[in-house]
Design a protein around this ligand. Structure first.
Ligand code: AMP
Length: 321
């Protein structure tokens, strides 16, 4: 499949690389790594990484303006997103062919060619394999972005999708391109003191049910009081892993621009994406999100997550039985 994808890339002169709305480091890094690798290999091709930018990821690279491809034969490569409705910045129907490279559970069939590997730690791991296994080229910048995506989406090699293959790829990136890990970890994990104080506030004030479900409804007042950004909950949710009394956790905050509640959900026990899907959400088995219009549905979602924890404790969790 990797060779076939390489041949398709070789065939097209105009290639657009898109990822999901509300990008995280893996989404951003995977589109930059792939774009820069294709440009390095084929300097005459026009290759664009598109979508709305996020200020804190500016140092990963520069996004491109979406080109008008309606009058030419162009290839779309979609990375790190399983459903068409969440692709950012392109008109799907304008493209002659579509390739999908993703590590989420399969949702929409999109492409002529697809690599969908749920067992991969990240979209960046899939793209690193594609580059290493074909004639696509790499340089330090590409290797840095691949490292950022893999380290971030594997939660610094903590999540169960971290495999021997993940370590082999990372080892090769570090070794071949002499990556400056201190610089890269700063890019991923340095945060303002206000965020850190807000994290402590969440730890002190979140509700923890007897079933091991922790949640917090973050209000605009809390955000204002701590002087943090409204997206801070999304940045902090991964830091609540490995709390002994907590097996699943969720933070909800109100997105005033989109007029909906944004929920970040994580688990180290019950499978949560099947629940998130019912609330205009989705994601991975243990890392999901949802977007909810009606506040009463937030409570319903939390109730379902709490029940999933109860069920997990009663039927699966060997520590508790
Ligand atoms: P987040 O909590 O925003 O970091 O998202 C965790 C995972 O869930 C990522 O893989 C997202 O792509 C996915 N996700 C978040 N929100 C949604 C949504 N509304 N619909 C589908 N997938 C989502």
């Amino acid at each position: 499949m990797e060779k076939k994808i390489y041949n398709k890339i070789k065939k097209y002169n105009t290639i657009v690389i898109a990822r999901h709305i509300g990008p995280d480091p893996d989404a951003i890094a995977s589109q930059f790594a792939l774009r820069d690798s294709i440009k390095l290999t084929f300097p005459n091709k026009k290759v664009y990484a598109v979508g709305i930018g996020v200020a804190k990821y500016r140092s990963y690279g520069d996004l491109d303006k979406t080109p008008d491809v309606s009058n030419e034969k162009a290839l779309l490569i979609v990375v790190d997103v399983p459903n068409i409705s969440r692709i950012d910045g392109v008109n799907f129907d304008d493209f002659k062919e579509v390739i999908k490279l993703d590590h989420h559970p399969l949702e929409d069939k999109m492409g002529t060619l697809e690599i969908i590997d749920e067992s991969a730690s990240s979209a960046c791991e899939i793209i690193a394999r594609l580059i290493f296994n074909t004639k696509l080229e790499m340089n330090v910048k590409v290797a840095e972005n691949l490292f950022l995506g893999i380290a971030s989406d594997s939660d610094r090699f903590l999540l169960p999708t971290t495999s021997p293959s993940t370590f082999r790829i990372v080892s090769k990136l570090i070794d071949n391109y002499h990556l400056d890990l201190k610089k890269l970890y700063n890019m991923l994990y340095e945060k303002p003191l206000n965020d850190f104080r807000f994290q402590s506030f969440l730890a002190l004030n979140m509700t923890v049910t007897e079933n091991g479900f922790a949640y917090m409804k973050i209000t605009s007042e809390m955000i204002k009081e701590y002087g943090v950004d409204s997206s801070t909950a999304s940045n902090l949710v991964n830091n609540f892993n490995y709390i002994k009394e907590v097996i699943a956790w969720a933070f909800v905050s109100y997105d005033e621009r989109q007029e909906l509640y944004k929920v970040n959900i994580r688990s180290r026990g019950p499978i949560i994406n099947e629940i998130a899907i019912k609330y205009n959400g989705g994601g991975h088995k243990y890392a999901s999100g949802a977007r909810i219009k009606d506040v009463s549905l937030v409570d319903k979602l939390f109730e379902e997550l709490d029940n999933a924890c109860k069920d997990y404790n009663e039927n699966i969790n060997p520590e508790i039985n």
